[in-house]
Ligand binder design. Structure first.
Ligand SMILES: Nc1ncnc2c1ncn2[C@@H]1O[C@H](COP(=O)(O)OP(=O)(O)O)[C@@H](O)[C@H]1O
Ligand SMILES: [Mg+2]
Length: 352
């Protein structure tokens, strides 16, 4: 599998404002690559440059090794699915999906075959004659994807395509989309501000902040080893502490909590600890553990995602701790004093 897309030092300036700053990355053929970042960080601008709707200020876009410089959008082997979907409301499902093919002046037979095949793949067989206005949100979503995929693009670009759906349907669609991508094998580049969408679906994720890529990694690595404070804070849940000192292998939080962290070769400004990295009542056989005492403040019951809010006895710092749903902790209640441990490796420290 080679690189289907390669981006080199891509920058986009709007007057004085730089929306995309010196972004470089590549995407493997058949991959599911996500670009994850908060609203306004430059995701759509980046996608528009890849599709050719706007011109880069500098840098290079290669698709299958070929420079896209000067190639208009309709000549690029890419297709976009927009958040708004942009379906034709007056047309039925079949006509929506056939639209692009008809413009290519293909034979009626070929159009019919390709539309039928694609509707089958997105589980919309039998919906040909329905108006798109008669469909559910999830079905409309699939029509939009079918309409793009039927054109057989080398790369499908998806700009927050699940943004308009309600939570439940979004959960369902992200699993469907991943399965669909696997089955069809088209390279997907998916942009979203929703970290869960990016983590669940992608082979690789780029985390974008203020026009720059902060880290490109597998979902697991992003979560396990965030390279910057921004990534640590944006991907997954974390307890965050501002630091005032690092000496004698101890970090000091603003409230004066001394957190043991051996062998750092720099002085960090901020500490992140994931709720599930905190172990309640750790057994003595676990190595490399920093242990401390907390008082339970509240139990935030949420099924398998239940957490407790706890106060560090020595400093009054507050933190969230994941609570495994097993009998051992069933009697835990407000006001209880408990020992908590965290592995040194799970104390994530950053310069800023
Ligand atoms: N045509 C434009 N002219 C000026 N600024 C723009 C233009 N398009 C986007 N921007 C700015 O670039 C930044 C990134 O926008 P966008 O790429 O849409 O972000 P995202 O998709 O991540 O929410 C925003 O601050 C936006 O206001
Ligand atoms: Mg956008």
């Amino acid at each position: 599998m080679g690189k289907i897309l390669e981006i080199k030092n891509l920058t986009k300036e709007f007057k004085e404002f730089t929306a995309v700053k010196d972004v470089s990355f590549f995407v493997e053929e058949g991959g599911f690559f996500s670009i994850l970042g908060p609203s306004g960080c430059g995701k759509t601008t980046l996608l528009r440059m890849i599709s050719g709707f706007i011109k880069e200020s500098s840098g290079e876009i290669l698709i299958k090794g070929e420079s896209m410089s000067g190639i208009p959008p309709e000549k690029r082997p890419v297709n976009i699915v927009f958040q708004s979907l942009a379906l034709f409301p007056m047309m039925n499902v079949r006509e929506n999906v056939a639209f692009g093919l008809k413009r290519q002046k293909l034979s009626k037979q070929e159009v019919d075959e390709r539309v039928k095949d694609m509707l089958g793949r997105v589980s919309l067989h039998g919906f040909e004659k329905k108006k798109v206005t008669e469909l559910s949100g999830g079905q409309r979503q699939r029509v939009a994807i079918a309409r793009s995929l039927v054109m057989k693009p080398s790369i499908l670009l998806l700009d927050e395509p699940l943004g308009a759906l309600d939570r439940k349907l979004r959960e369902h669609m992200k699993i469907e989309l991943k399965l669909l991508q696997k089955e069809i094998g088209t390279t997907f580049i998916y942009i979203t501000h929703d970290q869960s969408e990016a983590l669940v679906m992608s082979d690789k994720v780029a985390v974008m902040n203020k026009g720059r890529f902060e880290q490109i990694d597998t979902p697991r690595n992003l979560y396990k080893n965030p390279k910057t404070a921004f990534v640590a804070g944006f991907v997954g849940e974390s307890n965050r502490f501002e630091l005032t000192d690092y000496s004698d292998h101890k970090l000091t939080t603003e409230n004066g909590w001394k957190v043991e962290k051996p062998n750092l070769d720099f002085t960090p400004k901020v500490l992140y600890i994931r709720p599930e990295a905190l172990i309640i009542e750790p057994t003595d056989d676990i190595a490399d553990l920093f242990k401390f005492e907390v008082v339970i403040k509240t139990i935030l019951f949420d099924g398998s995602n239940t957490k407790v809010s706890a106060i560090v006895t020595s400093s009054k710092d507050e933190l969230l701790i994941s609570l495994p749903q097993n009998a051992k902790f069933e009697d835990l209640k407000e006001g209880d004093k408990v020992q908590v441990g965290v592995n040194y490796n799970d104390l994530k420290c950053y310069k800023e």
